[in-house]
Design a protein around this ligand. Structure first.
Ligand code: NAD
Length: 251
């Protein structure tokens, strides 16, 4: 299936590893020119590297204008962020929320605003926020993720409504457990805390997933490529889970 992404210009953030890198690679494979932003990004085929620390507000403000100056336009924006700390609620401080806000919510708002303005001027585009299933189905230790992602979910829905008249679609992709460096770091930390092995911790994660395994980053990336592409021309305001069936709610 041709997704219609050939020759489009895309920006993907937090894209040097894991889910972000897989999305950047998938979009490049589909024929898009992909600006890859991270603290130390490596540009693969069809990609251009944009070093940026998402916690640096001034650098984030400069990112969309840099991409547009280099490539002439922006058709697709994928707002991926690093995950926040995983902490039991009783161990969190107000400072943890402020740090998580600076790494997740503030850059998402900055990028979405700048990207949407550029797209509105040209009469269209597509924006995708990568969040987490934890925004819909909370998990122990996930309070920073769930609260920050709730703000991003609201932002995504609000933008989808206000930007539809400008030809801009806005969606949210909620990955479930996915085999990335972050996931491996989480299972390693849990094994140390619980006196278990990493395999035992992985088995616990997987036991809650009806499909019986976690995702590969490429599986998240294929869904992302569809959602941002012209093939999804009538999809906006959606919150799309790629989670092997882990979310238990009906809707
Ligand atoms: P990862 O740790 O493998 O990759 C994180 C990416 O963020 C890397 O490219 C890294 O370079 C970049 N990054 C880190 N700090 C940065 C900074 N200050 N500025 C710019 N870039 C920075 O993570 P992942 O597993 O690919 O997760 C990506 C997102 O998806 C996270 O928000 C995570 O919480 C979410 N998520 C992951 C899973 C999972 O199981 N892996 C599940 C649900 C949601």
């Amino acid at each position: 299936m041709d997704l219609g992404l050939k020759d489009q210009v895309a920006l993907v953030t937090a894209a040097s590893r894991g889910i972000g890198a897989a999305i950047a690679a998938r979009l490049a494979d589909e024929g898009a020119t992909v600006a890859v932003a991270a603290r130390a990004p490596q540009a693969g085929p069809g990609q251009a590297a944009y070093p940026v620390d998402l916690s640096d507000a001034a650098a984030v403000d400069a990112l969309v204008p840099r991409v547009v100056a280099d490539h002439g336009r922006l058709d697709v924006l994928v707002v991926n962020t690093p995950g926040p700390r995983i902490l039991p609620f009783l161990d969190t401080t107000a400072g943890d929320y402020a740090t998580a806000y600076d790494l997740l919510v503030r850059p998402a708002v900055q990028l979405a605003t700048a990207g949407a303005r550029v797209m509105a001027e040209r009469g269209g585009g597509s924006i995708l926020f990568v969040t987490s299933t934890w925004v819909r189905q909370p998990a122990p230790g996930g309070v920073l993720s769930a609260t920050m992602r709730a703000a991003i979910s609201a932002l995504s829905k609000q933008m989808s409504m206000e930007l539809a008249p400008h030809g801009i679609r806005v969606n949210q992709l909620m990955p479930g457990a996915t085999g990335t460096d972050r996931m491996r770091a989480i299972t390693t930390a849990k094994a140390a805390a619980n006196g278990t092995t990493e395999d035992e911790e992985v088995a616990k994660v997987v036991s809650a997933i009806p499909l019986g395994r976690w995702a590969e980053p490429e599986e998240i990336a294929r869904a992302a490529a569809y959602l941002v592409s012209p093939a999804a021309a009538f999809v906006t305001g959606a919150a799309f889970a790629v989670d092997g069936g882990a979310i238990r709610s009906t809707l």
